[in-house]
Design a protein around this ligand. Structure first.
Ligand code: GRF
Length: 203
């Protein structure tokens, strides 16, 4: 399968995905690592690994719609099977999402539907939850919502801060996203008519 990976910064999830593809010889072609910020550290990492890497700077566009249209045109030219958002900090418009219906996957650092939006670790601590985690889901026009593919959970410790919680969650994000990529590569992820995801047995 062909995947485009979209990042905005460090790109640690992208790095985990790329390393898993290489280490396990997954039948996955990363057709681009694309960032909405030209200064994203993840772009340097991707280039150093010989991956196609490019920036489409949202600040070069007069409007959100213009950026979305340029991104859509670029991705249509690459024709990926899936678009993996990995630390991608732009909200994509409904037209863009509908255009790539069912092919956009995102990782969100909370156990959705709890804590959509930003500062999820802070939200979790403020609510006193005892379990926190991450969610890999298909993207729909509704932000941080959509059919859940996989989740990972970690216990919250009494002395946790948003930073210690985020740090403990990050490796779990990498595990959950790379497991999702394995399933996508094996074409085992099914989005049912009921809007729920099933992972089929190995064919
Ligand atoms: C991660 O917590 C991810 O869940 C969130 O952004 C953070 C940075 O991700 N979307 P990455 O290191 O850039 O992949």
């Amino acid at each position: 399968i062909r995947v485009a990976i979209l990042i905005s910064g460090r790109g640690s999830n992208m790095q985990a995905l790329a390393e898993t593809v290489a280490a396990e010889g997954l039948p996955v072609e990363i057709c681009t690592v694309l960032s909405n910020r030209a200064d994203a550290a993840g772009l340097d990492w991707a280039r150093a690994r010989g991956l196609p890497a490019e920036a489409l700077a949202h600040r070069d566009f007069a409007s959100r719609e213009a950026f979305d249209a340029a991104l859509q045109a670029r991705l249509d030219a690459l024709a990926p099977d899936y678009i993996l958002l990995a630390g991608f900090m732009r909200v994509l418009g409904a037209d863009f999402v509908r255009h790539f219906d069912g092919r956009i996957v995102n990782i969100h650092p909370s156990l959705l539907p709890a804590f959509p939006g930003l500062h999820t670790h802070q939200q979790a601590l403020a609510q006193g939850v005892q379990w926190h985690g991450c969610t890999v889901h298909f993207v729909t026009p509704v932000l941080d919502h959509g059919p859940i593919i996989a989740q990972g959970a970690i216990p919250v410790q009494a002395d946790d801060t948003p930073d210690t919680l985020a740090a403990r969650l990050l490796p779990v994000e990498h595990q959950v996203y790379t497991q999702t990529l394995r399933w996508l590569a094996q074409r085992r992820v099914r989005l049912g008519a009921d809007g729920r995801v099933a992972v089929a047995d190995i064919p």
